[in-house]
Design a binder for this molecule. Structure first.
Ligand code: SAM
Ligand code: SF4
Length: 315
């Protein structure tokens, strides 16, 4: 194994793997209603995805989180998850909006090594969920959360906090966390694509402001997290476990250990940088030089914004 450590001592350990850019929701901060997604012949094939991932494991990547777009919409989703489970990955995770999760959960439990499922949910109120995602599908996500918990997956909810949009639901999320024993992570809205244009620009809510609101009702004790974790975590006096991903106000670039593979095969060193290296069709003997080139592309400080949307990069 050849570890990839950059000049700042950051070792690359985690891979975000995008299966496609298509989605069945239209979260206002992520994509417009009218969308044109990549034609399927431009996507990496199942074999290419598994082959590239296997090669990357040889360079010290240990944890893989499958994402998109909405990864469960990929036709070969289960085959890819089964294939990934046959590779020596230390921890396999999935990030999903939960809409079509239920139909896969039993198979994921029995046929794959999937441990952790992060489900994105920005509202517990079906009407507000519909306003944010432009789809009336809250109940499907809720069902997915409960079933995933029942099957013993480690489930976390990801909620992007937005002022005037869902900040009035913070306490509902905390009660939900305590009642369903599920960790809820509050994300700051990042200056990415749609989210940095139009009226959403004014919806940014800093993690500290949310934490202060929470402190006015609950005691918070901090919980340990891994050195290269993007979130910091608390246990609350009502039993809830919450985290904050404060990518804007407290960027974690100095300890970032992530690379991201786009659905077309571009490996990026940073969510906020459009350039990267292409791995499609690259022979295993050329990987090391490509990856060393990429190491040098990883910024040490936070880049302010990016025009591309998260679904295009692999969130
Ligand atoms: N469709 C899947 C989902 O929603 O979980 C996976 C892809 S989605 C792009 C991954 C995560 O990125 C979601 O939790 C979403 O809320 C988050 N996200 C997208 N745009 C964002 C932004 N501008 N700031 C913060 N989080 C964002
Ligand atoms: Fe789809 Fe996820 Fe983007 Fe929402 S955040 S539109 S669910 S890709």
């Amino acid at each position: 194994m050849i570890p990839m450590v950059d000049d700042h001592g950051r070792r690359m350990r985690k891979l975000r793997l995008s299966l496609l850019d298509t989605c069945n929701l239209r979260c206002t901060y992520c994509m417009p209603e009218k969308m044109e997604f990549l034609p399927s012949d431009q996507l990496l094939s199942q074999q290419e995805i598994l082959g590239i991932t296997e090669n990357l494991l040889g360079f010290g990547l240990q944890e893989v989180r499958v994402t998109g777009g909405e990864p469960t919409l990929r036709r070969e989703f289960m085959d890819i998850m089964v294939g990934l489970s046959q590779l020596p990955i230390k921890r396999l995770g999935l990030t999903t909006n939960g809409i079509t999760l239920s139909k896969y959960l039993e198979d994921l439990k029995h046929d794959t090594d999937l441990k952790s499922i992060n489900i994105s949910l920005d509202s517990l109120d079906p009407d507000n969920f519909k306003r944010i995602t432009r789809r009336d599908l809250f109940q499907r996500v809720f069902k997915g959360i409960v079933q995933a918990q029942d099957l013993g997956f480690e489930v976390k909810l990801n909620c992007v906090l937005m002022k005037g949009v869902n900040d009035h639901e913070i306490h509902d999320f905390i009660e939900f966390s305590a009642q369903y024993q599920v960790e809820v992570r509050f994300l700051e809205l990042m200056k990415i694509g749609q989210a940095n244009r139009g009226s959403l620009k004014d919806s940014f809510m800093e993690a500290d402001e949310a934490a202060n609101q929470i402190l006015s009702r609950y005691e918070m004790s901090s919980l340990p997290v891994a050195m290269d974790s993007t979130s910091y975590k608390y246990k609350l006096s009502n039993g809830a476990v919450i985290g904050f991903i404060a990518s804007e106000s407290k960027p974690f670039c100095g300890s970032c250990s992530r690379w991201r593979l786009s659905a077309e095969g571009q490996l990026r060193a940073c969510l906020m940088k459009e350039d990267g290296v292409n791995l499609r069709g690259v022979s295993p003997s050329d990987y090391e030089s490509r990856l060393r080139e990429l190491l040098g592309m990883k910024p040490i400080g936070r880049i302010e914004k990016i025009e591309q949307d998260m679904y295009q990069i692999g969130g």
